[in-house]
Design a protein around this ligand. Structure first.
Ligand code: FMN
Length: 245
């Protein structure tokens, strides 16, 4: 039987070490020019995609931008902000359009000699039913009507049943991968700044981003420069955003 590591593993990172890593990450807006080794970038991307994600369909892609000429072109696209002068920028893209290919890949790349029947059934029948919104979202519309009636008698998942909900669906998982990516760079001694301050139309043109992909953020990465952190940390008290039921 396959054995999986568990959270009670004695090798596991201590809560204090995890807290230290998370607390040490800040949005850094000034970087040195020092390049980031490719091995580090690869390691961080490997950790990014270990993020939990919906049905393991991994609806994300990443563009790693190291070419100085392209970085120079990106700077004005990112509203000329300081963070965008980083020696490395990773475009984090949510992909509501790749689930079909992912269903096939899961079956093709299943990490055991036999693909279990429940897995085959899920990725060949259930997932296509859940995620295929049809031409102009027509199936999604019909599913929404059907669900309204069926859910009168039992609890049913109501989303994603439209193209817009598919975009939210992909963004959720991709955001988790982005956070993993930031923490991974932090663990290697590199700082990051997530950026949504960019002109999306120009960005799509500059990076040749597929039409259906959603650039959720550009991640600036590098060694923290002088005065790289602009402000002291501020978070609201827990009572302001946590409800205990
Ligand atoms: C989705 C997203 C978009 C952001 N966009 C920008 C940005 O364009 N430029 C910038 O300087 N910081 C940006 N930030 C960084 C936030 O301003 C920063 O995370 C926040 O102020 C909290 O600070 P801290 O990360 O240091 O704790 C962004 C953060 C997120 C999560």
């Amino acid at each position: 039987m396959t054995s999986f590591p568990t959270s009670s593993d004695p090798q596991m990172l201590s809560p204090q070490a995890l807290r230290k890593l998370i607390e040490s990450r800040r949005a850094v807006r000034r970087f040195t020019a020092e390049a980031i080794p490719d091995e580090v970038i690869v390691d961080c991307l490997e950790l990014a995609v270990l993020a939990p994600n919906s049905c393991n369909l991994q609806p994300w892609s990443f563009q790693v931008i190291r070419d100085p000429a392209l970085l120079t072109k990106l700077h004005p696209v990112c509203m000329s902000q300081n963070a965008a002068k980083a020696p490395l920028i990773i475009a984090v893209l949510a992909r509501p359009d790749t689930w079909q290919q992912a269903c096939e890949s899961i079956i093709d790349q299943w990490p055991e000699p036999e693909v279990p029947a429940r897995i085959q059934s899920f990725y060949r029948k259930t997932a296509p039913f859940q995620y295929n919104q049809g031409p102009m979202g027509l199936y999604g519309f019909l599913k929404r009507q059907l669900l309204r009636v069926m859910a009168l008698s039992k609890p049913l998942m109501r989303t994603p049943n439209s193209k817009a909900q598919m975009r939210i669906w992909a963004v959720k998982s991709t955001s988790l991968a982005a956070q993993n990516l930031m923490l991974a760079f932090q663990s290697h001694g590199y700082s990051t700044c997530p950026m949504e301050g960019f002109d999306e139309v120009r960005l799509r043109r500059t990076l040749d981003i597929p039409r259906a992909a959603i650039p959720i953020m550009l991640l600036a990465v590098g060694k923290q420069g002088e005065k790289g952190i602009y402000n002291p940390r501020l978070r609201f008290p827990m009572e302001q955003h946590v409800t205990w039921l």
